[in-house]
Design a protein around this ligand. Structure first.
Ligand SMILES: Cc1cc2nc3c(=O)[nH]c(=O)nc-3n(C[C@H](O)[C@H](O)[C@H](O)COP(=O)(O)OP(=O)(O)OC[C@H]3O[C@@H](n4cnc5c(N)ncnc54)[C@H](O)[C@@H]3O)c2cc1C
Length: 485
């Protein structure tokens, strides 16, 4: 049955994208979008422009996501459909911000450039950590245990390479994306290509990568071309030629703000912001009933949940609970934006990641997971000269400890007094998919579509906790929701 009234629960990027695309696919249906916050956008709404004292200009501070990759077509499509081309700020592949990324190894002052396939690898300090992993990867044959369907990212890297490489590079990468422990994260959910390359290379990932034949590449190109037909991209792909990452002149909240404006203009969509959903039930006739703290019950024909999975779990009565909504843990982080009066704080580059200490995380360490050199990565967001902005992400709630930064950046002189310090405390903001996540999400889907069950495909569950945490993944799940309705 085609939907007559769709309720979208949660107005983060996933919920906004769902409401926007559903209104295009079902122009006759009424849509109600509900979010507990006054402003929509969830984690992607944490952008603030700050005027500096003394007419020094303004800086843009991001507390949530800061960059997007150009391969996320769902985001490019929205840029086209919402007319955001003029707001896009790109970081070219040729710029130092795209080419240079650094690593800090706890216990050693300074940061090291992560080497590419260049001669300079031979005198790069990180070769001691990388070489064992690469060498073992090349000489070891198929060693995936027979009956495993998934494992942690660290266990995968250790099995294929070496524990030291896994700890140093693997943990840092996972800090940068999930702010989580690589020993917990599912390799298949987070890095599915690595799992496939291992199969393709008959055990060896690097072999799988290097032996991609012309035919494989051509097939990939054709698949990509076919996939592009699902999107209205206009000329936005041209804008992304030679782009490593991108954002917007006024930061990531440009995207949810533009989506919210488009949704507001549509008379078929009712937005209930500042409204907390308190339950999602089915009555005796199996019809939906949504209660909130502000409105009378909402009675839609179809529902999209774009809420964090544990929130959905708490809204459902025990008689209609769904499996695996509370299996995965979430990371909580503190993001700290610092703006300095001097522009000689850090080297050219995107920023650095911090790997897990050799003797494990400790309760009393600084907990710094990574630092982005924001003025380098997206200089067009500020009108501040001279000056520098950076953001560090720590796992715990910590005071701003400039001494750690001084040690990481290997500076003799203390850092100057920052002009601005902005701290964002994010509780339970990024889910960590544990090994087996893909299978569990398939079972969740089966429970939702089963003709014997109460939901019979009328409830879809999407969002960062289901398919992928990146902005592109969230926008994509909004685009594809309700395809079977
Ligand atoms: C600090 C940080 C940095 C990140 N950096 C990047 C990056 O650089 N690049 C990238 O691609 N991705 C990044 N991400 C990931 C990405 O931003 C998120 O995964 C994505 O924004 C999640 O969107 P969502 O809509 O699924 O969830 P959310 O943003 O969590 O939205 C859920 C919504 O549900 C609402 N809600 C919750 N409970 C209720 C209730 N009871 N009633 C009504 N409403 C409710 C909330 O208010 C919220 O608006 C980052 C994430 C964080 C936290």
């Amino acid at each position: 049955m085609s939907p007559t009234h769709i309720a979208v629960l949660g107005g983060g990027l996933t919920g906004l994208s769902s409401a926007f695309h559903l209104s295009r696919r079902f122009p006759l249906a009424n849509i109600t979008l509900i979010d507990k916050q006054k402003s929509l956008g969830g984690w992607a709404s944490k952008t603030e422009r700050v005027q500096l004292p003394g007419g020094r200009g303004s800086v843009l501070l991001e507390g949530g996501p800061r960059t997007l990759r150009p391969n996320a077509k769902s985001a490019l499509e929205l840029i086209h459909l919402l007319g955001l081309q003029d707001s896009v700020l790109t970081t070219p592949k040729s710029s130092p911000a795209a080419k240079k990324r650094f690593l800090h190894v706890p216990g050693t002052p300074g940061i090291y450039e992560i080497p590419g396939l260049r001669l300079s690898y031979l005198w790069n300090e990180l070769r001691f950590f990388i070489s064992p992993g690469v060498s073992f990867e090349l000489i070891r044959g198929w060693n995936r245990p027979k009956d495993i369907l998934d494992e942690s990212f660290e266990s995968f890297l250790t099995r294929r390479g070496h524990p030291v490489t896994a700890r140093v590079l693997g943990s840092a990468l996972v800090h940068g994306i999930y702010a989580a422990d690589a020993r917990l994260l599912s390799v298949r959910a987070a890095f599915p290509k690595l799992w496939e390359l291992e199969e393709k290379g008959k055990g060896r990932i690097l072999w799988g990568l290097l032996t991609r034949s012309k035919k494989d590449k051509e097939e990939e190109r054709l698949r990509d071309e076919e996939d592009s037909k699902r999107y209205e991209l206009g000329d936005v792909t041209k804008l992304m030629d030679g782009t490593a990452v991108y954002s917007f002149r006024d930061g990531m909240s440009t995207l949810p703000k533009a989506l919210a404006r488009a949704i507001d203009k549509n008379p078929k969509i009712r937005v209930l912001s500042d409204t907390k959903i308190t339950s999602l039930r089915l009555d005796e006739e199996q019809a939906f009933e949504i209660t909130t703290n502000k409105t009378s019950p909402i009675l839609p024909s179809h529902v999209v949940s774009a809420l964090p999975l544990p929130v959905l779990y708490r809204l459902l009565p025990e008689s209609h609970s769904l499996p695996y909504l509370t299996t995965n843990p979430f990371s909580s982080v503190t993001a700290v934006n610092l703006v300095f009066p001097s522009d000689k704080i850090y080297p050219p580059g995107f920023g650095y990641l911090v790997c897990r200490p050799e003797d494990d995380y400790k309760a009393d360490d600084a907990g710094i997971l990574g630092v982005t050199f924001d003025s380098n990565a997206l200089p067009g967001q500020d009108d501040l000269t001279p000056g520098t902005r950076l953001t560090k992400v720590t796992r715990r709630n910590l005071p701003v400890v400039l001494a750690h930064l001084q040690y990481h950046l290997n500076r003799r002189a203390p850092l100057p007094e920052p002009l601005v310090v902005k701290k964002w405390e994010h509780r339970a903001c990024i889910p960590t998919p544990l090994p087996g996540h893909l299978e569990r999400m398939n079972k969740l889907r089966e429970a939702l579509v089963s003709e014997e069950g109460p939901w019979r495909g009328r409830l879809e569950v999407v969002g960062a906790g289901v398919k992928g945490v990146s902005v592109g993944d969230c926008l994509e799940s909004g685009k594809t929701v309700g395809m079977e309705w």
